[in-house]
Write a protein that binds this ligand. Structure first.
Ligand code: NCD
Length: 311
């Protein structure tokens, strides 16, 4: 029953960044730069015409879902949105059955976001679809890490020997976990920083430096990456009260003065407005937040092409 498509040299699935070498991460970023130009010039418009890409988002999303859809369409794939709320998932159909149904209708690639860590791995093992993880629980968000890598590379040049501080609700963040892998792989020093409950355990992560004061987070940092406080993942239950977080950890222009000169600020979005960073910082000259969003479509074009075996 399973029509096993030819594996690309990147593998059949993008489930995590862990499986990618530094060379492959850099290659996907290079490829995204080419895809950005191709999109503007309307090239490669039939590269993925043999593919049918299903978007199955079991959690809310704007930028990730929209950019995957635009990326697939820019390369000529057929797309279908599972619209979870209106699908048979509501009637209790299991995840594996839903995915097998998609496969029987002719879907070839699945882009999945799910609240449970490991859901993309499960469906990758139980169907013939090629699977791209668009975020699973607190586990991984590989395309966001690629976006952040490209954005940082374009702002700072090589990341070898640079220090990137990831600040905030690290414990609940799939973005943080994938960034730790990706940034370490390309030779950056990763510092995670936040209230003790949100960075606990990260000292065991090879090469990761843990800071529990904002000053320690900032001094010597070449770039700062703020994370959304994951209120839906119980951040409130084990962490500080939001007002205390804002007082002790919110990044603003003044506090950024402790970091290395010109250090940029990133945030994967969406922000809890006024909580992780001030509006002035988000909209100011240090902010790469808009660039992160802009890099979403080219990175996802590069990923879809690579994992379809078309690159
Ligand atoms: C992130 C996500 O959903 O994992 N957002 C995103 O994909 N741009 C981060 C978050 O929700 O905090």
């Amino acid at each position: 029953m399973l029509d096993v498509a030819v594996a690309s040299r990147f593998g059949r699935h993008l489930l995590d960044v862990e499986g990618l070498s530094a060379g492959q991460l850099e290659e996907l970023c290079d490829h995204a730069v080419e895809m950005r130009a191709a999109r503007a010039e309307r090239r490669h418009r039939s590269l993925l015409e043999a593919e049918t890409v299903a978007l199955a988002f079991f959690e809310p999303s704007t930028r990730t879902r929209v950019s995957f859809e635009l990326a697939a369409k820019a390369l000529g794939a057929t797309t279908v949105d599972l619209a979870v709320e209106a699908s048979s998932v509501r009637k209790g159909e299991s995840l594996v059955d839903t995915v097998r149904t998609l496969e029987r209708t002719g879907v070839t690639m699945l882009v999945i976001r799910h609240g449970s860590a490991g859901a993309p791995n499960l469906v990758a093992g139980r169907s013939g679809l090629r699977v791209v993880n668009a975020g699973d629980g607190s586990h991984a968000h590989p395309t966001q890490a690629l976006i952040d890598l490209l954005t940082l590379r374009e702002a700072l040049g090589s990341l070898q020997g640079r220090t990137v501080a990831i600040v905030g609700d690290v414990a609940h963040s799939r973005v943080a976990r994938s960034n730790i892998h990706a940034l370490s792989a390309v030779g950056a020093t990763v510092r995670v920083a936040g209230p003790p409950a949100w960075v606990a355990g990260f000292e065991a992560w090879p090469g990761v430096d843990v800071a529990t004061s904002l000053e320690r987070a900032l001094v010597g940092a070449d770039a700062l990456m703020a994370l959304r406080v994951q209120l839906e993942r119980d951040a409130g239950a084990d962490g500080p009260a939001l007002a205390d977080y804002v007082r002790d950890w919110r990044l603003d222009e003044d506090r950024m003065g402790l970091a290395n000169r010109g250090a940029p600020i990133l945030h994967p979005g969406p922000t809890n407005e006024g909580c992780e960073i001030t509006a002035e910082l988000a909209d100011g000259p240090r902010s790469l937040i808009g660039r992160q969003v802009e890099n979403g479509v080219p990175i996802r074009m590069a990923v879809l092409a690579a994992f379809a075996g078309a690159a």
